[in-house]
Ligand binder design. Structure first.
Ligand code: CUP
Length: 152
């Protein structure tokens, strides 16, 4: 299902801490992703060979995590209207990183889990809204993947 305008607003009303500190939350998301789905660590050569200890306070990991969360914030603030927002992200993930789209579902689940755990105020309605917003994010990424002819 696509998220409604009200759902974007609902999620945004709790998003302040994530907007203020994208690197820290992004770092937690990627660490959690690599822990729950070790395959995903191999997708990025920068991270593939690193033992767990070196994923702590890792500037590359913080930087990529920051990108993920900044894009999500930008997407939220735009209400999912301007499809071009995700274009570059889809291109780099399809062409350069070659990330199969199934991982977008996996990282969305991790983002959901981390956000609900770390950010106060997400009641059941806001949780549903967050799920739908992430789903819309994924769908738009998938549309660019289709346009680029990236089938995985
Ligand atoms: O942005 C970015 O960077 C991405 C994120 C997302 C997408 C879709 C949906 C949600 C989110 N990414 Cu990168 C992803 C991934 C990574 O990093 C890693 C692994 C897997 C996936």
């Amino acid at each position: 299902m696509c998220a409604s305008a009200a759902e974007f607003i609902s999620v945004l009303s709790f998003w302040g801490p994530l907007k203020a500190d994208p690197k820290s939350y992004g770092e937690v998301v990627l660490q959690r992703l690599f822990e729950t789905k070790p395959d995903s660590q191999k997708l990025f050569p920068k991270f593939a060979a690193l033992p767990k200890e070196q994923l702590q306070n890792n500037p590359d990991l913080q930087a990529h995590g920051g990108i993920v969360l900044c894009k999500l914030t930008e997407f939220l603030q735009d209400g999912g209207q301007d499809k071009k927002i995700l274009k570059d992200l889809a291109e780099s993930h399809a062409k350069q990183h070659k990330i199969p789209r199934v991982y977008f579902q996996i990282i969305s689940d991790v983002i959901f889990e981390v956000v609900v755990e770390k950010i106060e105020g997400f009641g059941t309605d806001a949780q549903t809204a967050l799920k739908n917003v992430l789903k819309t994010f994924q769908t738009q990424m998938g549309e660019f993947y289709d346009e680029l002819g990236f089938d995985d």
